[in-house]
Design a binder for this molecule. Structure first.
Ligand SMILES: Nc1ncnc2c1ncn2[C@@H]1O[C@H](COP(=O)(O)OP(=O)(O)OP(=O)(O)O)[C@@H](O)[C@H]1O
Length: 270
């Protein structure tokens, strides 16, 4: 279990004031779940992810992974960003195996593991290609394979498909569901897209800005349905999908002061 408890992050702003980037966020990410954080720009999504990744210290609160405090980056958390961070002078397989090299695994084992993971993301034929030979979607696949290389307990994904065209994005969403179904990895995923959140999340948390707060939570089963029957149309044409889309849209677009007034969902996690 990954637990975030009353996590707050303050940044000093240029004008001498303090930016309250994350305000008492609490969240549980169980084994096998995909928790999606959704919200307008600046509501603290990346701050929350960076804190879970151990890139950023909390100002208040705590994060634990299977009972261990998260205080710095570690191989138990794999991270994928919107912009890929592949090393252009290394082959695809070498990029995937980078973390394993740091972990001291011998070259043959690294190669085997890289090939296994490239198979998982549908790039078995590209092990010896270099990143510049790949499309944006393929590079993100490599990023996912690389994040999985050390067999982390959780995958942290910060708008990983945000820069892709819509068709590639849909393919990547389906690929991610396959990876999730086959590896059982828990995933924390950030997006601006309500549709993407509804399609991928076993839980969707909606965040509001200034201060960055979790203001609503929805537990969903669209992704499990898709994983079972791979019928996109059945999911997208489910009336509940459209209802939730509207409901979340209203929350995302409501002025943040209303979100704090103590409606039914407000403060659900605190
Ligand atoms: N290092 C920093 N120094 C000062 N302010 C920061 C810093 N990092 C983030 N912030 C501020 O904290 C708030 C939350 O930022 P964050 O990047 O977490 O939001 P976000 O929801 O991920 O946004 P986006 O969707 O645009 O990526 C913003 O107001 C941002 O300007």
């Amino acid at each position: 279990m990954l637990q975030v408890r009353n996590a707050s992050v303050f940044f000093p702003a240029r004008d001498g004031r303090t930016v309250h980037a994350l305000d008492r966020a609490s969240l549980d990410i169980d084994a096998g779940s995909i928790v999606v954080a959704l919200g307008a720009s600046g509501c603290g999504k990346s701050t929350l992810l960076n804190a879970i990744a151990g890139f950023l210290p909390l100002s208040e609160g705590a994060i634990t992974l299977d009972g261990q405090p998260v205080e710095k980056p570690g191989a138990d958390r794999g991270v994928v960003f919107q912009k890929d961070t592949l090393l252009p002078w290394k082959t695809v397989a070498e990029n995937v195996a980078l973390g394993l090299k740091f972990a001291g695994l011998p070259a043959r084992r690294r190669r085997e593991r890289a090939e296994e993971l490239l198979g998982l993301v549908g790039l078995e034929d590209f092990a010896d290609a270099t990143p510049h030979e790949l499309s944006g979607g393929m590079r993100q696949r490599v990023g996912i394979a690389r994040a999985l290389a050390t067999d982390p307990k959780i995958l942290l994904m910060d708008e990983p498909f945000g820069a892709l065209d819509s068709l590639t994005r849909e393919q990547m969403q389906e690929l991610l569901i396959d990876v999730w179904a086959r590896t059982g990895k828990r995933i924390f995923f950030i997006t601006h897209s309500i549709e993407e959140a509804l399609f991928l999340g076993t839980t969707v948390v909606v965040m509001s800005p200034r201060p960055g707060r979790i203001t609503a939570r929805f537990d969903l089963d669209f992704v499990r349905r898709f994983a079972a029957d791979r019928d996109v149309r059945a999911v997208l044409s489910d009336p509940r999908f459209a209802e939730l889309h509207d409901e979340i849209r209203n929350i995302v677009h409501r002025p943040s002061h209303e979100g704090r007034r103590g409606g039914q969902r407000e403060g659900w996690l605190q």
